[in-house]
Design a protein around this ligand. Structure first.
Ligand code: GDP
Ligand code: ZN
Length: 279
């Protein structure tokens, strides 16, 4: 169904007032041809990404219930720093992430799968181990996506489109291609689409979402994006502790005792350096 916009809502499309995929609106059927969008209803969540070269954040989709963070176990090899970046992105939008470890059928993948699944489950994240090729984990993925609106993020080549095709062959998404950005040129903007899955849920197809990930965050926000830091940080001596160099830091104590994983702490340190505004 098509609907036209009432004038007031056709604002600058960089503001949060722009209507995006996932938005709920109120329609008026006062005209026989097509309804008019009269109002934008309150949003339960905002999926936001940084603009190109640090330009201001852009709203990609609204009312997203969950984010699938996808990475391959092999080919390309697993990268904890990349996974942590996408998890921080989900946390900073306040949308619950689920980690998907794909290409599980490849040689050498099972050891990595066991180790990484345990590491991220210990943080509290749900983890699915999948193979778009062998079908492993696809039924679990289908169950996970059977309700709500989902965004699928991760670097290119890890199997995001292949997984969606495997769980719903009617989608026929293109796979194994160069990214849409490099095909279309840097400044091409393609708007996101909402795809309905046969299993019941919806997926936001977000062109280029994985290209530009984070934007500058407040230091405290970065610390909060690591859920396993929250409780230990309550025993830091200083308020606003960076967990990097202050004495009596609860987070570093948890790191030393092994309660916080060393690789996760390293991601925190690196992301904090790269993406926060000040120390
Ligand atoms: P995307 O860029 O994340 O959407 O990744 P694609 O779905 O386009 O997949 C990238 C490449 O990885 C393609 O050549 C796929 O055939 C391959 N691929 C996807 N899933 C799997 C898998 O589970 N196992 C293996 N071996 N290859 C996969
Ligand atoms: Zn601290």
């Amino acid at each position: 169904m098509h609907a036209s916009l009432r004038g007031r809502l056709k604002k600058d499309d960089r503001t949060l007032e722009r209507i995006v995929v996932g938005d709920r609106v109120r329609l008026a059927f006062d005209d026989a041809d097509a309804p008019t969008i009269e109002a934008l209803l309150p949003r339960a969540s905002h999926l936001v990404r940084a603009g190109l070269r640090g330009h201001k954040p852009k709203l990609v989709a609204a009312n997203v219930d969950g984010i699938l963070v996808v990475h391959s176990l092999e080919d390309p090899p697993f990268r904890a720093d990349v996974v942590d970046l996408f998890l921080v992105l989900a946390e900073s939008c306040d949308i619950a992430p689920t980690l998907v470890l794909n290409k599980a059928e490849l040689p050498g993948a099972s050891g990595t799968a066991a180790r990484e699944a345990a590491r991220y489950r210990a943080v509290g994240y749900p983890v699915l181990v999948t193979s778009a090729h062998s079908g492993e984990g696809i039924a679990d993925l289908r169950r996970c996506l059977s309700q709500g609106i989902w965004a699928v993020v991760g670097p290119s080549g890890v199997g995001k489109s292949s997984l969606l095709n495997a769980l719903d062959p009617a989608l026929t998404l293109r796979t194994g291609e160069v990214s849409r950005r490099s095909r279309g040129g840097r400044h091409t903007t393609v708007s996101a689409r909402l795809l309905q899955l046969a299993c019941g849920g919806w997926v936001v197809d977000t062109p280029g979402f994985s290209d530009v990930a984070l934007w500058k965050m407040e230091p405290a926000e970065m610390s909060h994006a690591f859920p396993e830091f929250r409780e230990p940080s309550e025993s830091c001596r200083f308020r606003g502790c960076s967990h990097l160099h202050e004495p009596d830091c609860g987070v570093r104590e948890a790191l030393e005792s092994g309660a916080i994983d060393a690789s996760r702490f390293e991601s925190y340190r690196a992301l904090r350096e790269a993406f926060t505004t000040a120390f």
